[in-house]
Write a protein that binds this ligand. Structure first.
Ligand SMILES: Nc1nc2c(ncn2[C@@H]2O[C@H](COP(=O)(O)OP(=O)(O)OP(=O)(O)O)[C@@H](O)[C@H]2O)c(=O)[nH]1
Length: 223
């Protein structure tokens, strides 16, 4: 176990009583933070992933920070994601800065119907470079892809920005669930890969994985 990013791998050698003695199971745990301007859909994104539900109606801004756990099984390995939902409002920034250092992965969201949330992504990335671990996994997500009539940010603009920073990108919808599980699955795979890395093991590239798996909004489907 190299623990390259600080993702923890614990060898559960003794395992439950029914485990065959020669097939140890591993648990990997990792902290993931949701970041982005207020209103981009971070809380809804987390609730869609955790509970498979969408909170519509009145928007209640997150105050401070909150977290939920969810275990994802990737290639037979259980990865426990501790997902921190942060407040996007400026006045809570000093609270959230304190949590960056511990995070192994960051999901950075903008709203495809809100130009300033996209324009602010560069400022978020500057902040990330200042406060987060150097090898933190970052993924850029253009949320609210279901609202095609109000789209102001083209998918290509998200792709271009992500390429510039060398991070994976996809458009998502916390409302329909599009690409929500995929985003967390990709993170879980990367954390597992880093925690259980072996020199002669198979390699994993999160950007290639995302590109091969992501779904496009139906308006822009290539099929
Ligand atoms: N159509 C649509 N609406 C969404 C989506 N995600 C979130 N919303 C709506 O956008 C509003 C803001 O969502 P939140 O999840 O509370 O936003 P947030 O980023 O957590 O905001 P802060 O807590 O202030 O940082 C709510 O009214 C949601 O119903 C989405 O994918 N599609």
């Amino acid at each position: 176990v190299t623990g390259m990013s600080g993702a923890a791998a614990t060898r559960d050698g003794e395992g439950p009583a029914h485990s065959p003695p020669c097939s140890p199971s591993y648990d990997v745990t990792g902290k993931v933070m949701l970041l982005g301007d207020s209103g981009v859909g971070k809380t809804c994104f987390l609730i869609q992933f955790k509970d498979g539900a969408f909170l519509s109606g009145t928007f209640i801004a997150t105050v401070g920070i909150d977290f939920r756990n969810k275990v994802v099984t990737v290639d037979g390995v259980r990865v426990k994601l501790q997902i921190w939902d942060t407040a996007g409002q400026e006045r809570f920034r000093s609270v959230t800065h304190a949590y960056y250092r511990d995070a192994q992965a960051l999901l950075l969201l903008y709203d495809i119907t809100n130009k300033s949330s996209f324009d602010n992504i560069r400022a978020w990335l500057t902040e990330i470079h200042e406060y987060a671990q150097r090898d933190v996994v970052i993924m850029l997500l253009g949320n609210k892809a279901d609202v095609s009539s109000e789209r102001v940010i083209r998918s290509e603009d998200g792709e271009t920005l992500a390429r510039e920073y060398g991070v994976p990108f996809m458009e998502t919808s916390a409302k329909t669930g599009m690409n929500v599980e995929l985003a967390f699955l990709a993170i879980a795979k990367e954390l597992k890969y880093r925690a259980l890395w072996q020199p002669d093991g198979p390699s994993f590239q999160i950007r290639d994985f995302v590109e091969s798996q992501k779904k496009r909004p139906s308006c822009c489907s290539v099929l």
